[in-house]
Design a protein around this ligand. Sequence first.
Ligand SMILES: [Ca+2]
Ligand SMILES: [Ca+2]
Length: 624
Amino acid sequence: MKRVLPFLFLLLQASLHAQDIYPTHWWVGMKNPALQLMIHRDRVARENITLLPYAGVKLVRQYKAENENYLFIDLQISASARPGKLIFRIDNLQSPEAVSYKTFTYELKPRHKENGKTRVLGVNASDFIYLLMPDRFSNGDPSNDFFEDMRDTGHDRNNPFDRHGGDLKGVENHLDYLKDLGVTAVWMTPVVENDMARTLEGGTSRATYHGYAFTNQYQVDKRLGGNEAYQSLITEAHKKGMKIIQDAVYNHMGRDHFFVEDLPMKDWLNQWPAYTNTSYKDQPLVDPYAAAIDKKTAVDGWFTPFLVDLNQRNPFVATFLVQNAIWATEEFGIDGWRVDTYFYSDPVFLNKVNEALYREFPTVTVFGEVWVQSVTNSAYFCENNMAVPFKHNSQGVTDFPLYFATNDLLNQPFGWNEGANRFYQVLAQDILYKNPMRNCLFLDNHDLDRFYSVIGEDFQKYKMAINILLTQRGIPQLYYGSEILMKNFKNPSDAEVRRDFPGGWLADTVNKFTPGGRNAQENEAFNYVKALANFRKNSSAIGRGKLMQFLPKDGLYTYFRYDSKQTVMVISNTGRNTGKPDWNYFAERAGGFSKLKNVVTGEIIPLEGFDIKPKESFVFELLK
Ligand SMILES: [Ca+2]
Ligand SMILES: [Ca+2]
């Protein structure tokens, strides 16, 4: 196992490009007047830097890091400061080759006036999220598939571990497809630069096509189209009434990040005497009886040897990450954050970055990836109703307990504690969440077996699964290709569940983005999702209403979504016998209604006389 040695100083060419200052630019009018600039350049810490007079902006402090290639400058930007360019002067130039940088500028821009109006809108339960991997969705620009000046030039679609050339232009080209499907928000696996050499995992040479190994937080990967393509995609999405969720990775970064090659401080990373992997265990972080070593290993252990673990207790690291989150939100206008590997980060830092985002962007949404088994642990890592020593402040989580329970509902025989009863029991524990409507619901994702395979490619179960996903409480997320019945287990690797979307590449012989490219069953699946997704778009009961579930009986599981204007009933038969709804039992919600409208087919039938066969599942709007 490779261990990163502290202070691997590489000789860098002395130059002060915009990229050598982080954040690359900032804004006036932020709620937080403090800004910390990081300058990264050969021997920069030997220099004294003066800010030339600029109304409303003060240089508070200059901090020399242990590594003299880094200098931190604390600025105070008052509310009265105007947009413009700060000019810094280097007073005691140390390196003659840097003479052309005796002065340098730093731009302060005006804040975007549309925040909270047409951008940074936040994501809520009336949205429908589509999760995709940009490298695997569509290649909109073959000219950016690889670059000779990047560490990994692999680009072979026949190799499941290579980059395949998909990009942000490819996503932008298919916004109308997504809108037609009823999608209102797109979450992409990270778009930030991953200029990583190939890694060796499980004996296989792999590219970090998934994006979770950042090498420059201020640059969108140019193989995806760079910052310009990202801004273009977001602007177009917003014009079409769709939102963008960005995937944040605070816990770790790629081994080839310049922070690793040229470590700013000894404790920039969580360093161990010998390589120490995280245990991947969340329990010690919640457990009142946990050993300190188990807590430390969970949080400070590394996710993999090539994903170095950031020490977010170092205030300079924390500030770098917090400012980057704010920068990306203000710069691109993203609507929400999904935070990767949530519990592996320092909890105090997590609250700090979320609080900073909420402060600057009151409408932004944050939910953490919390891959845990129990509702208790899931609720622990977001706003909750529990009296616990540490209170997390993320608005919601990716709801793994309900994901597991959905699998059980779909795949286990009906039993006292199994199948639909297990789903009911897990949902009943929502009492622990402050607002379970902010949890992200899913049937699968890029790290899980595709659900169509998990349900044995059973199309009746597919409809039941989609019904639950699109009508239960929370923000539903569909994984790309599920609407065209893409399948596979993670065997032999997760690349199997990350196959290219058929039709996303010019060379593809079939195009499943179009009805003519899909077979009959794929069209039925697409149209099913589309019908329900478009219904829920305008359904106040599902988007903002309440939930009432009834005890599962004889395999029948029934719940209602309702508000003063609308009542929606979802009934699924998970048992072996044809059943009849007990309307007396459902009187609390169904009383006063006489008809059922199938929201997918539009068919209207009387309440009485309706029965439901095994594996059938329906979403009805109740009519008087
Ligand atoms: Ca491309
Ligand atoms: Ca960590």
